[in-house]
Write a protein that binds this ligand. Structure first.
Ligand code: ATP
Length: 309
């Protein structure tokens, strides 16, 4: 924890003095957790096309972390993320969901198989280009001890106030920010202690959206967004960022309900995929996941009701 705090304050002072460098090394979202992953970053490519559709394809991807080469974390994974669609990635803890995101961000190289972006190999793209086009909201976003405004604007160099407010509204963050003691000037850092987990997540979503990414990944595996915020964020995305490719990692049924396509990952393999109805009809892993979710929602509601009585 101490190390993490020291790390955050070091990041913070770097951020205030040297934001361009931070962006150049792509450190905005790659916080402590990622650094601990000892990335095996492939050499930089040269592709930086003017327009990008954001079509992603994983073809027969196998992967093991460099630290543990004998443990294959992904085995022959093939999947597709389409522009204008929200794809939900679900599956038990440890099934490889975050690893898929790390490969998409090109933190590591697959052991075998290829990842394609608009039909061209991901490895051939320029790092900085990918960083601009792919926005990732991590499971536990790192907010700096700066104002909410600065935290959102950090997503884009020279962002205007207008862009910042638009992003905050899209992320369903505007209302709660205006209710903070100093509105957009409120300190969002840990020390401020004014911002809840879900609110933090929404600020991080606004930070990601201000860049108008072509590919947006939201890792909400900790389910910090409340259901209503979640629905609002996704309906705003559908309206305002129609052609964006969205990948949502979630453990919750309410999150999956927002998706056009669902991929169920299990032990590093795509076990099932389709839409909600198709997957329910299979009576397989996904149907079991939904059943468990419903039981736990029912149990939680009953607990709350009992505690009220
Ligand atoms: P969760 O829902 O808990 O976030 P996940 O589905 O995202 O889990 P991953 O984080 O991708 O799963 O992890 C997949 C597997 O890879 C797990 O067995 C995990 O222990 C292992 N793993 C993750 N990061 C590393 C790492 N840096 N080095 C070695 N193994 C790792």
């Amino acid at each position: 924890v101490l190390y993490e705090l020291q790390f955050s304050s070091a990041m913070e002072s770097l951020m205030s003095t040297w934001p361009k460098l931070m962006k150049a090394v792509g450190a905005s979202e790659k916080n402590f957790e990622y650094i601990d992953r000892k990335p095996d970053i492939p050499p930089d490519g040269s592709l930086a096309p003017e327009t990008l559709k954001g079509h992603v394809q994983f073809k027969n991807i196998a992967f093991a972390y460099p630290k543990q080469p004998d443990t294959e974390v992904l085995k022959n994974v093939s999947l597709e993320l389409k522009p204008g669609q929200i794809t939900a990635l679900v599956g038990p803890s440890g099934s490889g969901k975050s690893t898929i995101v790390s490969l998409l961000e090109r933190f590591y190289q697959p052991r075998s198989g290829n990842i394609f972006l608009d039909q061209r190999r991901l490895v051939d793209y320029k790092d900085q280009y990918l960083h601009e086009k792919i926005s990732v909201v991590p499971q536990e976003p790192l907010l700096f001890a700066r104002s909410v405004q600065e935290n959102i604007k950090y997503g884009k160099e020279d962002a205007s106030d207008e862009e910042m407010y638009t992003a905050a509204k899209l992320a369903n963050a505007d209302d709660f920010i205006l209710n903070l003691p100093r509105g957009y000037d409120t300190d969002a850092g840990e020390k401020g202690g004014q911002v809840s987990g879900g609110q933090k997540q929404r600020i991080a979503i606004a930070r990601a959206l201000i860049r108008k990414p072509q590919i947006l990944v939201i890792d909400d595996a900790t389910s910090s967004l409340d259901t209503e915020s979640e629905h609002r964020v996704y309906s705003a995305l559908r309206k305002e960022l129609k052609n964006c490719t969205v990948l949502l990692i979630t453990h919750r049924l309410s999150g999956v309900e927002n998706a056009d396509h669902i991929i169920f990952l299990r032990e590093g393999e795509v076990a099932e995929e389709g839409n909600h109805e198709q997957l329910l009809a299979k009576h397989g892993f996904y149907a079991e996941f939904v059943k468990q979710q419903k039981t736990s929602i029912h149990r939680n509601t009953r607990d709350v009701t009992n505690s009220i009585q």
